[in-house]
Design a protein around this ligand. Structure first.
Ligand SMILES: Nc1ncnc2c1ncn2[C@@H]1O[C@H](COP(=O)(O)OP(=O)(O)OP(=O)(O)O)[C@@H](O)[C@H]1O
Ligand SMILES: [Mg+2]
Length: 222
């Protein structure tokens, strides 16, 4: 599928979700639903379980109790290999610490994401995507030679390169000044909307409090 064509947004459905570590309750979400193609914010203070919840939404960890479904598929119920394949194709993740591969160029990082999802190379699409994220001149650069803002846009490009139906971003704005905060949120929203992808942003950044049509507040945990 060409990147320019819209992905079918995936719904997110959580019910009776609990996540414990070492007998300690980290997360407790009774119900949450995000309709396909919608944009939502997960807001909570440090330690409230936002990254934990994104990991559950991405099928990177399994709930202690309850269910997480993406696009109607119950992640915990899938065999591990199927879950990895589903994540690679359907879910784009912008990690808080970016996790770019330092040994590869910008374009190489995007190619690797397609390769790992067993998707065919898409050089023209990669070029268009880098162009759209204002990175056209940086395709051959290594992550270490990028500015922080450029590196973050590469991480966003990589999350989009497989045309996911769900885009997750962890704290994309907490280190940014107001102007760049607005810029990055607008970029994520515009790119998700252009592709029809559902967007979930996790943050403790209260500047985003009223920006999204839908919000889940995670309480502070003792
Ligand atoms: N592997 C782990 N082992 C033990 N405790 C963990 C582990 N992962 C997370 N936690 C704990 O779970 C709680 C929630 O962590 P999480 O990273 O999800 O919070 P967060 O809301 O993303 O915080 P931040 O805003 O600082 O990123 C924290 O108290 C954290 O210490
Ligand atoms: Mg976190």
């Amino acid at each position: 599928m060409a990147l320019a064509s819209a992905a079918e947004g995936a719904s997110v459905a959580i019910s009776g979700l609990r996540f414990d570590i070492g007998g300690r309750r980290i997360l407790d979400v009774a119900d949450w639903f995000v309709a396909p193609g919608r944009q939502a914010l997960l807001l909570g203070p440090s330690g409230s379980g936002k990254t934990t919840l994104l990991n559950l939404l991405a099928g990177l960890s399994r709930p202690t109790a309850g269910a997480v479904a993406v696009g109607g598929r119950d992640l915990a119920g899938m065999p591990a290999a199927a879950r990895d394949r589903f994540r690679g194709r359907e879910i784009g993740i912008v990690f808080q610490s970016l996790h770019l591969v330092g040994a590869l160029s910008v374009a190489g990082n995007l190619r690797l994401a397609r390769y790992l999802a067993r998707l065919p190379a898409a050089e023209a699409d990669i070029e268009r995507l880098l162009d759209a994220l204002d990175l056209a001149g940086r395709a051959a650069a290594r992550p270490a030679d990028l500015s922080q803002g450029e590196a973050q846009r590469v991480a966003i490009a990589r999350a989009l390169v497989n045309a996911p139906s769900l885009l997750l971003a962890d704290e994309p704005t907490s280190a940014l000044d107001d102007a760049n905060c607005e810029r990055v949120v607008a970029l994520l929203r515009r790119q998700a909307a252009a592709r029809g992808a559902t967007l979930v942003i996790a943050t403790h950044d209260v500047r985003l409090k009223d920006v999204f049509p839908q919000r889940l507040d995670l309480p502070a945990r003792p």
